[in-house]
Design a protein around this ligand. Structure first.
Ligand code: NOJ
Length: 747
């Protein structure tokens, strides 16, 4: 008994010691920030809010500026972007060390899906529904980037996206706020590691705050008009999750939200982010977005733009130069209070302290470390595993997959078979001094996999775009000699990404015609679809023997594809976005309202919410993805059928691997609130578990349902759970519900 009491007292003392030490550290950092601030002139303060593009590369419209060195020496620049590599960052840091106060520069970069080692594009990686794998890929990216002199990545992008015409769907986690929030958390944790001061951590930058993914018509940078309820319920949750995970910085966005540009939007940045949510980090503008408020028609000139942005809570100006050119005058004119500038500077300095840059501005500039980390062979292994987990099996007629390793002849056909760089996807970083173009092509991956007895034939067949069919004859001849044809088609990697919105998202050129010609040989054709977004490919979907959606898988693309084709990895990925039948269905998402005249099937289209000429259902729904094995769901049990607001229901369900292969299943739990003061979606993802089952094995898994999972924002934007009936659905996709039940929430 005494021992127990002593142990408890000991634990309390330890806790209070740790707690006091942490707050003492925080306090001392805050004091250090204040002491630096006190030394700064107004010009130096404004300098900290100024971020320039280095001239190494550009990710936006460049402003010519021949005096960057001079400005850095005068303390007029706080951060550089697009400046990578130890040698280059060290040189710029040396210049900053010549400034009066020697405040170190921050180096930021779009490390979106890997640095030297490229990982699947974020949307593809989201298809893994594997939070550990996603965190691990961000960890590797952070380890490499930080070893290469970088302090900060402009990731994760957590914008919910429901319109595949929008090119940036590739950069997020898809359409769903629940999945999106968990992935946002995993990515922030991966980038930032245990602690910002660790040399292998980089600051995350959660973007684009907010609602950028809802651009009208899917046109990049376009306006967004949405209700507060939709904003809070669907678009904000991943941002909040990223913040709760400790994200150091946020980026605002190019779009206006309900008529107010996000960059100058006080509601978003002051009221929500820094007010209600208590965010202590800093907000950077998007590239030039402060100046673009003039184009929006929200401010008259750069002077007003700077006033609007700083007042709204935007701390750092990326590349627009409006802070540099106008803030001092705004202070003198008493249009803004110096307190606004002080607050922004303090937020930025705090991060520089947390990163340890005031102790050693060159701590991220170690050439030996850079070399060792960028050549770490472990990273390729992780990339291969994450890539294989991201591949979605859409179709597998006659179980043509997995292929036998003893197969005699394979014809590998298509414009993407031998390409290298395409596999990298949209964002890639040219890392100086290392082979950042290291990619395993799809051809090489297959060659690595098959034994000496397998004959591998190749034909290009056609280009990605254009109408030229002159390569068809050779492709057909090659196909005729083979036991199976693998056809690799899709987009170019730069057809999806920033400023890559498209009104036509079909598979380009004559690639589907090539498929038709190959199918005419009577051979089974396995199609690999390479893309950054959900494409429309009805012919392929209806006629190909099997389809793997491979996105852009990164450095290890070829090996990962071969792992799946031959069954060394059993596919387990599930679509994080609905795939439409036609662009006419867009925006399309599974968690829509029922409407007053619901369309329940495509047979009856009279006086209901349907299209007269088109199905309302997607070609492939959210959460869809096949496996080489099959899973059965049974024994759904709820611990209670009537609950109070304080209760938790324990839900259990048994999953059996009823097929021949070991495999992973993503078991998805959806809820529907039958009656709400705000009508509720027909289904909302509220939980999932990815489980591994050996062939023949069964496992019983548990979910917990509490008030949090039943709540939504009511008309007053209060987060409430309303009494009434709920449907509980568990399944293998948002449409493929295998077991269901219901329960009641009582007051
Ligand atoms: C513009 C993009 O919108 C943003 O996501 C990116 O981080 C910046 N350019 C910097 O490259």
């Amino acid at each position: 008994m005494y021992r127990k009491v002593l142990l408890i007292i000991g634990a309390c003392l330890l806790f209070s010691f740790i707690h006091n030490t942490i707050s003492a550290q925080k306090k001392s950092l805050a004091q250090k920030v204040d002491s630096v601030l006190r030394l700064m002139t107004l010009e130096e303060k404004i300098g900290q809010l100024n971020q320039y593009n280095d001239d190494q590369s550009a990710t936006g419209p460049v402003t010519l500026d021949n005096d960057k060195i001079g400005q850095i020496k005068r303390g007029q620049v706080g951060s550089l972007l697009n400046c990578v590599g130890v040698a280059r960052t060290r040189n710029w840091q040396k210049v900053a060390m010549q400034s009066r106060l020697k405040i170190p520069l921050l180096f930021g970069q779009d490390v979106i899906h890997g640095y030297k080692t490229t990982f699947p594009i974020p949307l593809g990686e989201a298809a893994s529904w594997d939070l550990e794998a996603i965190q691990q890929s961000a960890r590797v990216a952070a380890t490499e980037a930080s070893a290469s002199g970088l302090h900060w990545t402009f990731a994760p992008m957590v914008d919910i996206a429901r319109d595949p015409r929008w090119g940036r769907v590739m950069e997020g986690a898809g359409e769903d706020p629940y999945l999106g929030s968990l992935i946002a958390t995993a990515r922030v944790k991966g980038f930032q590691g245990n602690h910002l001061g660790d040399l292998n951590s980089v600051m995350a930058c959660v973007k684009h705050f907010a609602a950028y993914g809802a651009a009208i018509g899917g046109r990049d940078y376009n306006s967004v008009d949405m209700s507060d309820r939709l904003l809070w319920e669907v678009y904000l949750p991943p941002f909040k999750a990223a913040l709760d995970a400790g994200a150091a910085t946020f980026m605002n966005s190019f779009n206006d939200l309900n008529g107010v540009p996000a960059t100058g939007n006080s509601y978003l940045q002051r009221t929500i982010l820094k007010g209600k949510w208590g965010f202590k980090g800093f907000v950077v503008s998007d590239w030039g977005s402060i100046g673009e408020m003039i184009n929006h028609g929200n401010v008259k000139d750069g002077y007003e733009a700077a006033q609007s942005a700083i007042t709204a809570g935007c701390d750092m100006d990326m590349e627009s130069r409006n802070y540099k050119n106008n803030l001092a005058k705004l202070v003198v004119d008493k249009k803004i209070n110096i307190a606004l500038i002080n607050d922004a500077v303090k937020r930025i300095l705090l991060k520089k302290f947390e990163l340890g840059l005031f102790d050693d501005p060159f701590s991220y500039s170690n050439e030996a470390r850079e070399k060792a980390v960028l050549n770490n062979p472990e990273h390729a292994k992780i990339a291969r595993s994450v890539a294989a987990k991201s591949i979605v099996l859409l179709k597998n007629d006659n179980n043509v997959l997995p292929l036998s390793k003893n197969i005699n002849t394979i014809a590998f056909i298509g414009p993407l078979v031998k390409s290298l760089k395409q596999n990298k996807g949209f964002w890639d970083v040219e890392v100086p001094g290392v082979d950042s173009d290291y990619i395993v092509s799809q051809w090489q991956g297959l060659k690595n996999k098959v034994g000496a007895n397998t004959n591998l034939l190749y034909a290009k067949g056609c280009e990605i775009e254009g109408t030229n069919k002159s390569g068809f004859a050779e492709a057909i001849a090659v196909a005729k000699q083979a036991d199976v044809v693998i056809l690799s088609i899709g987009e170019r990697r730069d057809m999806t990404g920033e400023a890559k919105s498209r009104s036509n998202i079909s598979i380009p050129g004559v690639q589907e015609d090539l498929l038709k010609a190959l199918l005419a040989t009577g051979k089974p054709v396995v199609v690999l679809i390479n893309s950054g977004r959900p494409l429309v490919f009805n012919y392929t979907a209806d006629h190909a023997t099997a389809i793997l959606y491979t996105w852009w898988l990164g450095s290890e693309a070829g090996n990962a594809i071969a792992d799946v084709l031959f069954g060394d990895v059993n596919p387990s990925a599930k679509l994080p976005m609905s795939f439409p039948v036609s662009v006419g269905q867009i925006p399309i998402y599974y968690s829509h309202f029922n409407t007053g005249r619901p369309a329940l099937n495509d047979a009856n289209r009279i006086y209901n919410s349907s299209y007269n000429d088109l199905s309302i259902f997607p070609k492939y729904e959210f959460g869809y993805g096949k496996s080489y094995t099959s899973f059965e769901y049974s024994k759904l049990q709820l611990s209670m059928k009537k609950i109070k607001q304080t209760d938790t229901i324990e839900v259990s369900v048994t999953i059996t691997n009823s097929g021949k292969y070991d495999g992973d299943e993503v078991v998805q739990l959806y809820l529907r609130d039958r009656v709400g003061s705000i009508v509720r979606p027909i289904k909302e993802l509220k939980d999932f578990k990815k489980i591994f089952l050996k062939a023949g094995e069964s496992k019983t898994i548990q979910f917990r349902i509490d008030k949090q999972k039943l709540s939504f924002y009511n008309q007053q934007l209060k987060w409430v759970a309303e009494p009434g009936d709920f449907d509980l659905m568990i399944g293998s996709s948002s449409r493929d519900i295998r077991v269901k039940d219901s329960f009641e929430l009582v007051n």
